[in-house]
Design a protein around this ligand. Structure first.
Ligand code: 13P
Length: 249
């Protein structure tokens, strides 16, 4: 059985004052039946990992460099994230693909580095509105998966997040049929490439405008093992509505 995962991506939001949100979550869920992960900005990782009672909440990074060390001003290695207390790292988010020109191969190299450092890589895939309207969604997702998921992937070190770009921060959500179609496709591609055992053990998250009031129906879709949540993960109260829905799913 895949353990469900509620992951929050804080993006470029949060200073020390926001650590109270993590402590609040940890207090609300001392013994959750799902994994709870918060990915704050890197400046907060170490403090987040050591926040009050924070052992109930996992913390993760939002990016890492593909190299283990060296002359890369401003970058962070996977080992550094791990050293700061991260257990996972989000890679290939559409905002990084867009803002930093990250191609599938870059994402794959970063994912290798993350896995080598003992982190779980949460690899994001997703189509633009134009690609969906041109009925190219599954081709795009398939290409992103082939290009950015490394061969060494397992159910422990890989999570795949389906994040349609047009649903991120817009309040627009695909229909449940659309989510199901993509998640079933991702599952079958993983099984084909890695074999049924590994393919079935990788957790698949949906991301894009997940809120407490739409979480229950999204979590009822086949092959949805949790969510990657942006805006609604910033406040413990909102994120709790999503975690509650996932625990009941
Ligand atoms: P929102 O939940 O704010 O739409 O963001 C989704 C996302 O990009 C998570 O990585």
């Amino acid at each position: 059985m895949r353990r469900k995962l509620a992951a929050g991506n804080w993006k470029m939001n949060g200073t020390g004052a926001s650590l109270s949100e993590i402590s609040a979550l940890a207090k609300m869920y001392p013994d959750a039946s799902v994994d709870i992960l918060v990915c704050p900005p890197a400046t907060l990782l170490d403090r987040a990992a050591h926040a009050e009672q924070a052992s109930a909440v996992l913390v993760g990074g939002q990016n890492c460099h593909a190299a283990t060390s060296g002359a890369h001003t401003g970058d962070l290695s996977a080992e550094m994230l791990r050293d700061a207390g991260a257990t996972s790292v989000i890679l290939g988010h559409s905002e990084r693909r867009e803002d930093h020109g990250e191609a599938n191969e870059d994402v794959r190299d970063k994912a290798r580095a993350a896995m080598d450092a003992g982190l779980t890589a949460i690899i994001c895939v997703g189509e633009s509105l134009q690609q969906r309207e041109a009925a190219n969604t599954l081709d795009i997702i398939g290409g992103q998966m082939s290009g950015s998921i490394p061969d060494q992937s397992t159910g422990e070190n890989l999570v795949v997040a389906y994040e349609p770009i047009w649903a991120i921060g817009t309040g627009k959500v695909p229909t449940l049929e659309q989510i199901g179609e993509v998640h079933d496709f991702i599952r079958s591609r993983l099984e084909r490439r890695f074999g049924e055992g590994v393919g079935r053990s990788v957790r698949l998250l949906y991301g894009g405008s997940v809120k407490p009031d739409n979480a229950t129906e999204i979590f009822g879709v086949s092959n949805v093992d949790g969510a990657l949540v942006g805006g609604a993960s910033l406040k413990a109260q909102d994120f709790a509505g999503i975690i509650d829905a996932l625990q009941k799913a």
